[in-house]
Design a protein around this ligand. Structure first.
Ligand SMILES: *Cc1c(COP(=O)(O)O)cnc(C)c1O
Length: 232
């Protein structure tokens, strides 16, 4: 567990890094949101981050997430960013505000059907395997549009955009290429579907935030730079 002052200073450093990249790449800082990825980290760290003004948190492992969601008050905005299993769509639909990792029409239907009527539509992003890696989850770029069409037909889901975890590259320009492909794909689909709400690009992590900002990220998913290295 990190001490609260450490956590606040790391969060402030990340915010400065984002602000600098926004200035450098001519982005409106208000359009770049920080998702704090708190997987494997204790609830005390999340509470410290909330105290330091952090509003959005991302979790990968459902059981761990549900335990945290139940305990932590005031309730932040919760984003599911892990692998979706068909038999776990109901708790995801019931307890999260956003899902970044939607990659099948079947899961879309299940999330839609399980979204409680008292809650606003679940905000979803389609995960795209943008660098065509065999090991990576997500639909191919070629299949993303068809899934977007399917998602648009569900009234308990709100399609917000695309998400990707590109191939890891050390070189800044090489990082940008993958993010640019996701941004272009998002734009193509938005125009084809006339989907005005489809404005989000969830891309960029601790190691490639600047390149993602340069290419239009609206959600940076940042774990290590905020919470420190993970043990698991
Ligand atoms: C763990 C994780 C992150 C955060 O990665 P860091 O390198 O720790 O910033 C972002 N996105 C997803 C989908 C993750 O699983």
């Amino acid at each position: 567990m990190s001490s609260a002052p450490d956590l606040k200073s790391r969060l402030d450093a990340v915010r400065r890094q984002i602000a600098q990249a926004c200035a450098q790449f001519d982005r409106d800082p208000k359009s770049v949101n920080l998702l704090a990825v708190s997987k494997t980290k204790p609830t005390a760290d999340i509470a410290s981050a909330i105290k330091a003004g952090q509003r959005d948190f991302g979790e990968n492992y459902l059981q761990e997430a549900l335990e945290k969601i139940e305990i932590i008050t005031p309730r932040p905005v919760w984003h599911f960013i892990g692998a979706i299993q068909s038999n776990k769509t109901r708790p995801i639909a019931e307890h999260f505000d956003w899902v970044h990792t939607l990659a099948s029409a079947k899961h879309a239907r299940r999330l839609n059907d399980a979204r409680p009527p008292g809650l606003p539509p679940l905000k979803v992003l389609i995960q795209v395997n943008i660098s065509n890696e065999e090991s990576k989850a997500g639909v191919s770029a070629a299949d993303a549009r068809a899934l977007a069409v399917a998602v648009s037909g569900f009234d308990r889901l709100q399609l917000r955009g695309l998400m990707a975890i590109p191939k890891i590259e050390d070189d800044f320009e090489a990082q940008r290429v993958h993010f640019r492909h996701l941004a272009e794909l998002g734009q193509d689909i938005r125009h084809a579907l006339d989907a005005d709400a489809m404005v989000d690009l969830s891309m960029g992590m601790s190691g490639d935030m600047e390149a993602a900002i340069a290419e239009g990220a609206t959600w940076l998913r940042v774990g290590t730079a905020i919470f420190g290295p993970r043990e698991k």
